[in-house]
Design a protein around this ligand. Structure first.
Ligand code: C5P
Length: 400
């Protein structure tokens, strides 16, 4: 519950993307936020207020006057907020906010607040690129207003271009980032994620069930806490905001990428499931079925983590993962020693709802000379936060 206790005003303005505010509201509530929805008159033409009320934490407010709940809604709503999020934000609301023009409830709330404001523009490309809008956005940005940039894609009426509201998940991630502790500010970090694929022939591979979800969650959480993060990934997943992705497929490619990036990183997390064996020879074409059952000779892949452990620069925190089905503690501790790690994140992949492909995980953190820490079953982002807390503690201890 990364947003527990946070009061977020969700301002919805009149664009076709208003319907996405429902999804944003649901996600914010799921993350523990208290969502106070405010709609403009225009928004109410696109989206039924009842729908938004049902998925927010209280009924929608639309009017500056005659609010049965309070005679002064504009100040009360803005003062109590921890964040004002406007999604979607039309050219009109952006201009009004820039000018300090308070004509309706939402513009009043925006002006009568000291809380941070996050604007998620959505409009046609011509409008988004109009010099007035460009200038308004620049002024707001310079004032410290957070802008979640629109995406390129299909717009109302079938046009394609920049101006589509950012993905609801990305908007919620930006909100989460806003409240995250910035305890990784200035740190560089590389995280590997996903299972490697080792080719057998032109079409077949040796793969594993790793989804990359835990590695992506660590990268996302680390970026939210201020680290500059590179993700070395074998999987196609939405890239967390502020994270640079290097795509690889095989253990060799991952090895090369990690060897290149790790020496300059303060923290290295090998969350990837690297194949232990690969075919010695890769057939050029597709091995034919009628040629009989092929003999595939295997050889070990390089142990990337062990190699990184051997050349670990002073002060770097090196983190490995151990997916185990038995003797969790003994196996994890022996990997910690053998690969010269500072921390190993061990999970029992035979337990229900943990490990590969699940959205949840439960892990035990092993370090040298300290009792293990158990992180009970939780979503992978919460597990990521626990792993990063431990990394911060290791760095503090090393700094004395
Ligand atoms: O020894 P084991 O494969 O169980 O160790 C798991 C840890 O080692 C994980 O962090 C994994 O990313 C890493 N590893 C690696 N290269 C390999 C195999 C595993 O870096 N070839």
């Amino acid at each position: 519950m990364t947003l527990a206790g946070k009061r977020i005003v969700l301002g919805v303005t009149g664009g076709i993307a208003a319907y996405k505010a429902v999804e944003i509201s649901r996600r914010l509530v799921d993350a523990g936020a208290h969502v106070v929805p405010v709609m403009t008159e225009g928004a109410a033409r696109f989206l039924g207020p009842t729908t938004l009320s049902a998925l927010a934490s209280e009924p929608v407010r639309t009017r500056l006057w005659d609010d049965p709940a309070t005679p002064i809604p504009h100040t009360e709503i803005g003062q109590a907020a921890d964040l004002i999020l406007v999604a979607p934000a039309t050219a009109r609301i952006i201009a009004a906010y820039r000018m300090g023009l308070s004509t309706d409830l939402l513009t009043n709330v925006l002006i009568a607040t000291r809380a941070p404001v996050m604007i998620c523009p959505a409009m046609h490309t011509e409008m988004w690129e109009h010099p007035a809008v460009v200038e308004n956005i620049a002024v707001l940005r310079a004032r410290g207003v957070r802008i979640v940039e629109p995406e390129s894609g299909r717009l109302a009426g079938g046009d394609v271009g920049t101006g589509r509201l950012a993905d609801p998940a990305a908007i919620v991630a930006a909100v989460v980032r806003e409240f995250a502790p910035r305890d990784l500010d200035g740190l560089s970090m590389v995280v590997s994620a996903g299972g490697t694929r080792e080719p057998i022939d032109a079409v077949r591979v040796i793969a594993n069930r790793s989804s990359g979800k835990q590695g992506y969650a660590i990268a996302e959480e680390a970026a939210a806490r201020g680290a500059s993060v590179t993700l070395v990934s074998t999987v196609e997943r939405p890239v967390p905001a502020g994270v640079e992705v290097v795509r690889v497929e095989t253990a060799d490619q991952m090895h090369a990428a990690m060897e290149r990036i790790a020496p300059d990183s303060d923290v290295v997390v090998m969350a990837a499931a690297v194949a232990d064996f690969r075919p010695v020879r890769v057939a050029a074409g597709k091995i034919k079925k009628h040629a009989g059952i092929p003999e595939i000779e295997l050889e070990p892949t390089p142990d990337i983590l062990a190699a990184l452990g051997e050349r670990k620069p002073a002060g770097q925190v090196l983190v490995g993962f151990a997916a185990e089905t038995d003797d969790l503690a003994a196996n994890a501790m022996s990997k910690l020693e053998r690969k010269r790690l500072d921390l190993i994140v061990a999970n029992d992949v035979s337990a229900p709802a943990t490990g590969f492909q699940h959205d949840t995980n439960a892990v035990t953190l092993f370090t040298r000379g300290e009792p293990p820490i158990t992180l009970p079953l939780a979503d992978k982002r919460t597990i990521a936060a626990g792993v990063l807390d431990k990394i911060v503690a290791i760095r503090h201890a090393a700094a004395g």
